[in-house]
Design a protein around this ligand. Structure first.
Ligand SMILES: Cc1cc2nc3c(=O)[nH]c(=O)nc-3n(C[C@H](O)[C@H](O)[C@H](O)COP(=O)(O)O)c2cc1C
Length: 349
């Protein structure tokens, strides 16, 4: 049952338009060009530390799949690319692999193909009891707990009782000894929720805001009556707004994600203060072509990011996080309504 759903999700995401009709807001985030960057392109360092592992790029392949025989090949391809390119990778919800041992290999293939890479496990908020098995299954470097109330309410068989999630996430945080990432799935995280997540011991937040894959859209294609899904297709907080909100509200490291499609958007997210970025749908689509195509995509992303770093005069990710940013348009309007001082980004030197 869960397994069939996983296959439907893959096929819908591969073959249909599942993206929001509104954008991430990164078009409102302007990096400031330097005519005197005083940087040697060849010396630009895009590496980051991810829970003790040094990764070559601040790009994460975020949770996509596992739990259906078809996902073994996809995970094998993505994990091979993650290992070869030394970037982090997340797997899809591991529940199916824990409750049905026959499907375990659809996940363990990831660790087999990527013995050194940083791997992020994945379970849903109410599934506390699966946390330990999920970590053990992959010997993962961090565990993402996904938050997806929008998908659940649109999904015909969705779990619509969201009571008690805060307690269960809190329980996982106090019982496991690897970092816990609270991860949305395409509707973004507000400052209010970010504060709650920080207070209960979450170690990192993965934004997954509006502007990329819409899970209301995916579920609309599965629903008998599409009207609810169509109405809520673009529901949520844009990735640019959510990234700033969470960075302002907490001291937690942030993965900016949801609609990130190139290295320039990543440079903007990092200049806002994010530690790294995540991308899912483009990697799913490239995975059908083989790992060399996925690796090409990562190389292209790295070139784009490094070009932006060159043009703003940033030699490394830490310097990029401090660069001047001008916030305009709707993103500025929303942030100002939230009483966030947008001008302080422009006042940076
Ligand atoms: C086919 C597919 C399956 C996904 N399954 C999961 C999942 O099991 N758990 C999860 O946390 N996110 C899952 N996601 C959500 C992504 O990790 C990500 O949050 C979302 O797609 C937005 O990023 P994007 O715009 O780069 O695709 C899935 C995404 C896709 C495309």
């Amino acid at each position: 049952m869960i397994s069939d759903r996983k296959l439907q999700h893959l096929e819908i995401c591969k073959n249909y338009d599942v993206e929001h009709t509104i954008t991430t807001g990164f078009e409102d985030i302007n990096l400031v060009h330097r005519s005197l960057p005083e940087v040697d392109y060849d010396e630009i360092d895009t590496s980051i530390d991810f829970n003790g592992k040094t990764l070559d790029s601040p790009l994460i392949i975020t949770a996509i799949t596992g739990g259906h025989p078809e996902s073994t090949k996809i995970n094998e391809t993505l994990a091979t690319a993650a290992e070869n390119m030394n970037i982090a990778m997340g797997v899809g919800s591991q529940r199916a692999g824990i409750t049905n041992p026959e499907l375990k290999e659809t996940f363990t293939v990831v660790r087999n193909c990527a013995p050194e890479a940083a791997i992020i496990g994945n379970i849903g908020a109410p599934q506390v009891e699966y946390a330990y098995d999920a970590i053990e299954m992959l010997n993962c470097d961090a565990l993402a707990i996904h938050l997806n109330p929008l998908q659940e309410i649109i999904q015909p068989e969705g779990d619509i009782n969201a009571k008690g999630y805060v307690d269960s996430i809190s329980e996982i945080c106090s019982n496991v000894d690897i970092p816990i990432i609270a991860k949305e799935t395409g509707a973004g995280i507000s400052s209010q929720d970010a504060k709650i997540l920080e207070d209960i011991g979450v170690n990192m937040i993965d934004i997954e805001g509006v502007g990329g894959t819409s899970w209301a859209a995916v579920e609309t294609y599965r629903a008998e009556n599409p009207s609810l899904g169509n109405l809520f297709w673009d529901w949520g907080i844009t990735t640019a707004v959510s990234t700033v909100e969470v960075l302002e509200a907490t001291n937690l490291p942030v993965i900016s994600s949801g609609g990130i499609r190139n290295g320039l958007e990543a440079a903007k997210a990092i200049a806002l203060g994010a530690d790294c970025v995540g991308m899912a749908l483009p990697f799913l689509k490239h995975s059908y072509l083989g790992h060399t195509y996925v690796e090409e995509k990562i190389k292209q992303f790295n070139r784009e990011l490094k070009t932006a770093m060159f043009l703003v005069g940033a030699e490394n990710i830490e310097q990029l996080q401090q660069k001047k940013v001008i916030i305009t348009g709707k993103t500025r309007e929303v942030l100002e309504q939230l009483e966030i001082d947008t001008k302080k980004f422009a006042r940076r030197i």
